[in-house]
Design a protein around this ligand. Sequence first.
Ligand SMILES: [Mg+2]
Length: 279
Amino acid sequence: MRGTLFSRALVLALLAGALTACICPRPSPPPQLAPSPPTTSYPTNEHTVQAVLWVQRSGEYRALCHQAFNLARRVLDEELKANPAPKKRAVVVDVDETVLDNSPYQARLVKTRQSYAPATWRQWVDLARAEALAGAVEFLTHAAARGVEVFYVSNRRIEEQAGTLANLRAKGFPNADDAHLLLRTTEGSKAKRRAAVSATHEIVLLLGDNLNDFSEAFDGKDAATRIAEVDRLAKEFGRRFIVLPNPLYGDFEDSIYRYNRGLPEPEKDALRKGALKDY
Ligand SMILES: [Mg+2]
């Protein structure tokens, strides 16, 4: 009897449970995601994220900067030891990504999905807040203390002279004056400005992040020719030419766009992907 009663109670309980289950609303299916609207605006500068991170967050980048300036110091000291006779010597340096770090400007472009534009660049320059590359001030101060003049040959525009000088002075760079800062006036090639320095000084060293900081042999050349020219001038690197790493921008990228930086972003993306070499 107890067994029968228990069985009935169990059946009733199961029925009640089943009824309750039927009454409860069924969980609604997960909402379907609306299809993404067609992308019309390309994520400008997204491709530079890794490069900006490498410059700003890697010890390797910083180590390479120290390496470049340590090597420059050794080359300069050897030259001064080998030829102690006093004469007018110069070290020629580029500014951007050679002695001043503009990665915050690049980071801002990524975050705001903007391309480089003269107006935003000018705002950054006028802030005069770029940090010095690791080792740059120390090396150039060392050179200046030994009577070697420092010339800054940069393709910043002439309107950016005041902001550039303010930044160089704020960071303690030597020879930060109008006579030693040779900005771009009419042409991008630095050949004439280097020649102007050569007319009065022996250029012991050139430092830059872009191959056109060293020789006009690289001006406007396609990627394959630039690489071939580097091989042709191989002995100069680490001797008269000291290269700073810059994965952010430069002729290496512009040459992929055939020096047409104004191309639409999707087209530039296609050219970048098309230039990749796989196996
Ligand atoms: Mg540069």
